[in-house]
Design a protein around this ligand. Sequence first.
Ligand SMILES: Nc1ncnc2c1ncn2[C@@H]1O[C@H](COP(=O)(O)OP(=O)(O)O)[C@@H](O)[C@H]1O
Ligand SMILES: [Mg+2]
Length: 207
Amino acid sequence: MNFKVFMHFISRGAEAILYKKNDFLIKKRISKGYRIKELDNKLRKERTIREIKLLVESKRNGVCVPTVIEKDLKNFKIVMEFVDGDVLRDVLDKLTKKRLNMICKNIGESITKMHNAGIIHGDLTTSNMVLKNDHVYFIDFGLGKVSDKIEEKAVDLHLLKCALISKHNKIWDIIFKKIIESYSAKGKEKILKRLEEIEKRGRYAER
Ligand SMILES: Nc1ncnc2c1ncn2[C@@H]1O[C@H](COP(=O)(O)OP(=O)(O)O)[C@@H](O)[C@H]1O
Ligand SMILES: [Mg+2]
């Protein structure tokens, strides 16, 4: 039998190189030359483990994330389901109002599930969301953590807001408002109050 393997380069970021192999996505954390080898290996291993753990935990709590298929800690690799859709960053500004509303609702509900499960994504940008068949898949949990702290949840929302302002400047306010409308994590009021405080701190620091 002659099995053909299709490899296709997807992206190379600061941390990892990603490629598609048949129907799977492989994320391999790359070595950083400036770090000493032992530390470099330790960090790559820890972040790979953390990303797998948060993907699995998210899925268990009903968040739409790619399924983890295989881990290869020796090579700092995660093999996961390839989500054949569009990175939300590229399409968000072009959606109809109806779809935009639906997607914002979907995002708010997903962040609710994460936060209620004590999952902090850590990098909630639209580059880390893939839209497929009207479902938003969350990816890139490498900066995430497990925490039930109000502060961590507020920071998660703050980063989302900053990302929307910087990448979707014309519609960020409508989008953020819609997301927050459907965000209903326990402690919502406290989290939003803390978000305001974080923003005040930021403005103070800018002066
Ligand atoms: N499971 C996946 N299915 C499809 N595309 C993916 C998947 N995971 C990552 N990607 C693509 O690769 C890009 C980078 O992946 P990401 O995990 O965000 O790594 P980085 O740490 O480099 O930002 C994403 O923006 C997306 O385009
Ligand atoms: Mg990313």
